[in-house]
Design a protein around this ligand. Structure first.
Ligand code: XMP
Ligand code: MG
Length: 191
């Protein structure tokens, strides 16, 4: 059977992490979290928009099969502009809807690079008196090993390249790709 071509096929240089690998890893992370949270009834998942939207949806369902009950919260904080390098400036675009005081919070991140966004977010959540705050990130870039705050659950280590797909964008495009890929240099150059 011939698979249908997609609008983005011509833009892809190479696929780094396949859809199947993401699915298997998500289940594995959910099991780890379920084991560690055994005895805890309720966990508040804080998804970081927009990048973590896909992972949040899949991770919440994976955790729902094996772990505690979850509440879903979303925050939007931006440290990146339109381009591919961190500005270091974090802006809150969307705050939590509910009080997290006394709750067990698991931050659900798409990717940690410099860790600036996450460091800021952890301070912010700590100031709201959560019972505990831990982090699951699907992807980690090499810079995060030097400067990022501690990450308890990590899906994949990526090379120091700008990637797209599975929630990650370049200029707000490519988030819907089912895998994570590097785009062709000419696509990045088009900006
Ligand atoms: P920092 O440097 O603060 O960056 O850890 C975290 C945020 O930056 C974005 N980011 C990326 N987005 N492809 C993207 O589409 C990438 O390769 C990439 N690296 C970092 C992302 O929004 C993340 O939450
Ligand atoms: Mg982004």
């Amino acid at each position: 059977m011939q698979s249908q071509s997609r609008w983005y096929d011509a833009d892809i240089e190479r696929v780094l992490i396949t859809e199947e690998e993401i699915r298997a890893k998500t289940d594995e992370l959910a099991k780890q979290v379920a084991d560690d949270f055994a005895g805890i009834d309720q966990v508040v998942l804080v998804g970081v928009l927009k990048g973590a939207a896909m992972f949040m949806a899949d991770f919440a369902r994976a955790l729902g099969r094996v772990g505690p009950a979850v509440e879903l919260e979303f925050m939007a904080a931006s440290s990146y502009g339109q381009g591919t390098t961190s500005s270091g400036v974090v802006r809150v675009l969307k705050d939590l809807d509910r009080d997290i005081a006394g709750k067990h919070v698991l931050v659900v991140e798409d990717i940690v690079d410099s860790g600036l966004t996450l460091s800021w977010l952890l301070k912010y959540l700590a100031s709201r008196s959560a019972a505990s705050v831990t982090v699951v990130t699907l992807f980690r870039k090499p810079a995060a090993m030097r400067s990022a705050p501690p990450l308890k659950y990590i899906g994949f280590d990526l090379p120091p390249e700008f990637v797209v797909g599975y929630g990650l964008d370049f200029g707000e495009r490519y988030r819907e790709l089912p895998y994570v890929a590097v785009l062709k240099p000419e696509v990045y150059a088009r900006g």
